[in-house]
Design a protein around this ligand. Structure first.
Ligand SMILES: *Cc1c(COP(=O)(O)O)cnc(C)c1O
Length: 406
């Protein structure tokens, strides 16, 4: 069996997305900035894609800017809000300790330039409270940026409540919605969102294309200078094939959110229940306020990389955290942010399902993880110390996935 369970890293492009792209590569290849007929056809297509995305986010087409993906949108959103704030001498930014590196590294750079960054503590369940945001806001706050859904532990933040607080305080609010878009409903108006990032390859669209939504009146700073594309906010000839595929994919996924949520939640809960039976395992992130397809566990006495390699040999393709941090020896900053000790954070496993996964696959994953964990523990000196009582277990032994730390 071969099971792809790493949909938070990237998703397979849908047939719809591929079929939508193709004509814009061979027959409809015009440049939307050209005045001739092929150019104008491309310009019309581009506008229809903008309308589609806007409809599903509940905003105006002119509030949509096409970018190269989530990382670019995050960077442009942050630099834009900070640039606008600096003109009013506001140099304070509020975010959380478990954002994606596209946000955290951008903030780190700003910190070096003299900005003050408050990173809110994330509770053990992987959530922050609107109250925390409210208390952190100061007269000089230029931006609040809080991710919609976490890419490692899948927890979904109270975005509408945070948006309301920011709007009342007059502080621009950005959310990295890359993991949420196409998977859970988004309404930028109702949720008082000023800036939002999304990326097509996380919802079965192509890689290298995304969206930055900016509410009318929220100015954008350009990262890329050049032509007047995207109303001067992002120069460069538009990636029409990818943009068309993204719009089609987004519409398809948004129309099926209820159906997919029902199916995925059942699979996710089955997987959580199964993995929760493994001794000394602990679920990361709130059991219900999480993405429908996200499961994330730590196993005591296990090293995440070995777990992944042995699972790969069984045809189970998973991750230990985010694709961006694998390869480094540091444990996940997300797991540290929710208070997992280093030795536990090292033994993490993230499984992220798509609507193509089945119950049989979930059962195969459970069986494979059980076998691999047992095998690795049999070889682990740390586990032998724990068994012999020379060391104390960090994870309490419980009957299901509502386990806690000692
Ligand atoms: C994948 C991801 C990104 C980066 O998106 P790219 O399109 O790969 O640049 C940003 N934020 C989150 C939460 C993500 O999951």
């Amino acid at each position: 069996m071969q099971i792809y369970a790493d949909n938070a890293a990237t998703t397979k492009m849908s047939r719809l997305a591929i079929d939508t792209m193709l004509p814009y590569m061979d027959v409809l290849y015009g440049n939307p900035s050209s005045l001739h007929t092929p150019g104008q056809k491309a310009a019309e297509a581009l506008f229809s894609a903008r309308e589609t995305i806007a409809k599903y986010l509940n905003c105006e087409p002119r509030e949509i800017t096409f970018t190269s993906g989530g990382s670019e949108s995050d960077n442009q959103a942050i630099l834009s809000a900070v640039g606008a704030g600096a003109r009013k001498n506001k140099k304070h930014i509020i975010s959380t300790a478990f954002e994606h590196h596209a946000v955290l590294h951008a903030l780190k750079k700003l910190q070096k330039q003299g900005y003050e960054v408050t990173l809110l503590d994330v509770h053990e369940n992987g959530l922050i409270t609107p109250e925390q945001v409210k208390q952190a806001i100061r007269p000089d706050t230029a931006l609040v940026t809080v991710m919609y859904a976490n890419n490692e532990i899948g927890t979904v933040q109270p975005i509408a409540e945070i948006g309301k607080i920011c709007r009342e305080a007059g502080v621009p609010f950005h959310t990295d919605a890359v993991q949420a878009a196409g998977h859970i409903p988004i309404d930028v108006k109702a949720q008082n969102i000023d800036l939002l990032s999304l990326s097509a390859h996380k919802f079965h669209g192509p890689k290298g294309v995304g969206v930055l939504y900016a509410r009318k009146g929220v100015p954008l700073t350009t990262l890329i200078e050049g032509g007047a594309q995207e109303r001067g906010r992002r120069a460069g000839t538009e990636n029409i094939p990818a943009i068309m595929a993204m719009a089609a994919s987004f519409a398809y996924m948004c129309d099926r959110i209820d159906e997919h949520t029902e199916k995925l939640t059942a699979l996710r809960d089955r997987l959580m229940k199964g993995l929760g039976q493994i001794p000394r395992s602990i679920l990361n992130g709130d059991p219900t306020r999480r993405l429908p397809g996200n499961v994330n566990f730590c196993f005591e006495g296990i090293e995440g990389e070995s777990l992944l390699l042995l699972l790969d040999a069984k045809g189970v393709y998973a991750s230990s955290g985010s694709a961006c941090t694998s390869g480094s020896l540091d444990p996940s900053h997300v797991l540290l942010a929710i208070g997992r000790p280093h030795e536990i954070a090292h033994g993490s496993l993230r499984l992220t399902l798509s609507d193509e996964n089945t119950e049989e696959e979930v059962d195969y994953i459970i069986k494979s993880v059980e076998e691999v964990v047992e095998r690795l523990r049999a070889m682990s000196p740390v586990w032998q110390d724990l068994l012999a009582g020379r060391k104390n277990y960090v994870i309490k032994q419980c009957k299901n996935y509502a386990q806690t730390l000692n």
